[in-house]
Design a protein around this ligand. Structure first.
Ligand code: UDP
Ligand code: MG
Length: 164
């Protein structure tokens, strides 16, 4: 399970301004992974275009290759599920791109852009409908709630790496 103190969603620079406009208040950040099936097929740019076209801003991004143990900690919430071992093998099988996306209602918006977990159920035009290979190898991860977004961002990024 990911533990530790969730960082605030905004970087230090944002906290300096007591004069932030009210229109900025619904800005949210979410955590995203472009998974190994997608990096293998050179789909990073096409997937990023989906985020940017929908109005999400990539405020942090890096390419990493996780160990099975690191993937296991990230997905510990699924440790009891039958697909957990296979999921950790897959997520550590090749590089991934981890990223932080920012925008209005970014968490829900990103889930919409991603589409359903199983590509067979994903709406047309979504990332998973267009690119996913199977329910397991489904091209992207996206946080499902503000609490998980904060913990997942903090697992991969320091505050100084978030540049909004
Ligand atoms: N997964 C799988 N088999 C399943 C359900 C999920 O291999 O029957 C994998 C899949 O890669 C999925 C991840 O486990 O993206 C996490 O599952 P979750 O239910 O959280 O789906 P998500 O939030 O990614 O849509
Ligand atoms: Mg999930």
């Amino acid at each position: 399970m990911l533990t530790g103190r969730p960082i605030e969603q905004r970087g230090p620079a944002d906290r300096c301004g007591a004069h932030k406009k009210e229109t900025d208040m619904a800005l949210e950040r979410t955590f995203s992974i472009i998974k190994p099936d997608a990096t293998r097929r050179n789909l990073t740019g096409k997937i990023n275009a989906k985020f940017e076209d929908a109005g999400l801003r990539i405020v942090a991004q890096k390419r990493i290759h996780m160990t099975k143990e690191q993937a296991g900690v990230f997905y510990a919430v699924h440790a009891e599920r039958p697909f957990y071992g296979e999921l950790c093998d897959f997520m550590s099988s090749a590089p991934v791109v981890v990223q932080v996306l920012e925008g209005e209602n970014a968490i829900a918006k990103n889930r919409e852009i991603m589409g359903a977990t199983n590509p067979a159920d994903a709406a047309p035009g979504t990332i998973r409908a267009e690119f996913a290979e199977s329910v397991g190898e489904n091209s992207v991860h996206g946080s499902d709630a503000p609490e998980t977004a904060a913990v997942e961002i903090a697992y991969f990024f320091s505050g100084l790496e978030l540049v909004g």
